[in-house]
Design a protein around this ligand. Structure first.
Ligand SMILES: Cc1cc2nc3c(=O)[nH]c(=O)nc-3n(C[C@H](O)[C@H](O)[C@H](O)COP(=O)(O)O)c2cc1C
Length: 185
């Protein structure tokens, strides 16, 4: 089983710590796990040209090509980001928009998706992001397996986000055994 984790932060902080711990937990459970730091890629915006709806592929030749190759081979996609103004980071959202080819062809793809979000405030509103992640998952043909929400990061060190992310990763690893409709919350 393979997992692809998309790190949608712009720096090496809480999101990166969550991705590292989650991927380590998946690997400890026998999974292969790849973390992609989206901010390191040449990543352009979806223009809405609709070429992908005709030909099935995105015509933009940038860093998303490699992400799509990894996505094709994965059983679990994990979207990870800090929330920004109560939504997902624009880095992650730009990558999500580039999954538009799956709007038409992806519903029968199979596999799972999950998310990890962090926010600096004591009570961040994660719900707009989680709603978006769930809708995205349905659209690209993945079964939603749940979201880890880490609030209060302004008073924490990035390493503090590791233990909950590890526990979340161990839970995600179990979805393979439980199969479809076996997500965690
Ligand atoms: C532009 C911007 C907007 C933010 N908006 C929110 C917000 O709406 N709610 C919140 O709790 N934290 C907000 N934060 C704080 C980040 O979510 C928080 O610092 C997070 O831990 C950063 O994660 P990172 O270390 O992975 O980049 C914002 C930070 C930035 C830079």
């Amino acid at each position: 089983m393979r997992a692809l984790l998309l790190d949608g932060s712009g720096r090496d902080g809480f999101t990166s710590a969550m991705c590292a711990s989650c991927s380590e937990a998946l690997e400890d459970s026998g999974w292969g796990a790849e973390v992609v730091r989206l901010c390191d890629l040449d990543l352009r915006h979806c223009t809405g040209c609709s070429a992908c709806l005709e030909g099935g592929e995105c015509v933009i030749g940038d860093g998303m090509r490699g992400v799509m190759d990894s996505f094709e081979g994965c059983d679990l996609l994990v979207l990870a980001c800090p929330i920004r103004f109560s939504g997902p980071s624009s880095i992650l959202k730009a990558a999500m928009d580039r999954f538009q080819p799956y709007w038409r062809r992806g519903r029968a793809r199979g596999g799972f998706s999950a998310a990890m979000v962090c926010g600096g405030g004591p009570r961040p509103d994660f719900s707009p992001s989680v709603r978006m992640f769930r809708a995205f998952s349905i659209t690209v043909g993945l079964e939603w397996a749940g979201c880890l929400e880490v609030p209060g990061t302004d008073g924490m060190a990035p390493a503090d986000a590791g233990p909950p992310a590890r526990e979340f990763g161990l839970g995600l690893a179990g979805i393979a055994a439980r199969g479809p409709a076996g997500g965690i919350v």
